[in-house]
Design a protein around this ligand. Structure first.
Ligand SMILES: NC(=O)c1ccc[n+]([C@@H]2O[C@H](COP(=O)([O-])OP(=O)(O)OC[C@H]3O[C@@H](n4cnc5c(N)ncnc54)[C@H](OP(=O)(O)O)[C@@H]3O)[C@@H](O)[C@H]2O)c1
Length: 229
């Protein structure tokens, strides 16, 4: 049974990834900041013995290295970086702050990159050797026609670049990196006007993840279409 590790697994897209992968014969390492509050995830793990819940705040480097050491002998086929934040406020020219830029960059760009480094042994031991980064079209420079949203946009652009370099550096070890935009999805982050439900987005992204003809380090949406950087 292949193993997938998912961050931010307690709600939204992360929880739906756990649901679908656990139903599709994956062993799921479901990570979340506070398992005591993750009631839906806990309920799911009680019904499915292929879900293990672990506490992980991706910003907390002590927690990251403790979990990486604990799982060092466990092969991980897919490391799926889902956890992310939108950041505070509108992030417009008028209200953007250093604190907001820093927090968003740390969570959305630097932490997934460092998490990959921490779990590299487990990824080497896995058969699929796949890293998946949930990015956003908001991080596309050429698609930016409306400006603003400085922190979120910049964090996803930086995350894309880190993952692209990682794809090149790890190719020699037969590792593959995929950068995905889930669409605009009905979650706490996506809000109530989003046109896509989580089930549709995750079904689409799973198909893209399973494809073996995607470009290593490529940027795709949940329909498998190539996106502009
Ligand atoms: N929804 C959309 O329309 C959309 C569009 C493009 C991209 N995305 C991306 O898709 C991913 C999932 O978003 P979503 O829509 O499911 O958002 P969401 O409902 O707000 O869920 C975000 C998840 O990330 C977790 N998280 C945040 N900071 C964390 C940290 N430091 N350590 C560990 N977990 C952390 C949250 O945990 P807590 O519950 O503890 O806060 C939550 O589980 C994000 O990377 C987002 O940028 C979403």
């Amino acid at each position: 049974m292949p193993t997938i590790m998912i961050t931010g697994a307690n709600k939204g897209l992360g929880l739906e990834f756990v649901k679908q992968y656990s139903q599709n014969n994956f062993q799921v390492i479901a990570c979340c900041r506070d398992p005591s509050k993750a009631s839906e995830l806990t309920e799911l793990s009680q019904k499915n013995n292929n879900i293990d819940i672990h506490q992980l705040d991706i910003l907390n480097q002590d927690q990251v290295s403790k979990l990486a050491n604990m799982l060092a002998k466990k092969p991980i086929d897919i490391l799926l970086h889902n956890a992310g934040i939108y950041g505070q406020g509108k992030q417009s020219w008028d209200d953007i702050t250093l604190a907001s830029l820093q927090a968003t960059m740390l969570t959305n760009a630097f932490s997934p990159f460092l998490l990959t480094k921490a779990f590299i042994k487990s990824l080497h031991a896995g058969e699929r050797k796949q890293v998946v980064y949930i990015s956003s079209l908001m991080g596309s420079i050429s698609d930016n026609n409306s400006g603003g949203v400085y922190a979120y946009r910049a964090s996803k652009t930086a995350g894309n670049m880190l993952m692209k370099s990682l794809a090149i550096d790890l190719a020699k070890d037969n590792m593959r990196v995929l950068i995905l935009h889930p669409g605009w999805v009905l979650t706490d982050m996506g809000g109530p006007n989003a046109p896509i439900d989580t089930a549709t987005s995750i079904q689409g992204m799973r198909k893209v993840i399973e494809r073996d003809d995607t470009t290593n380090g490529g940027f795709y949406n949940y329909k498998g279409e190539v996106l502009p950087w």
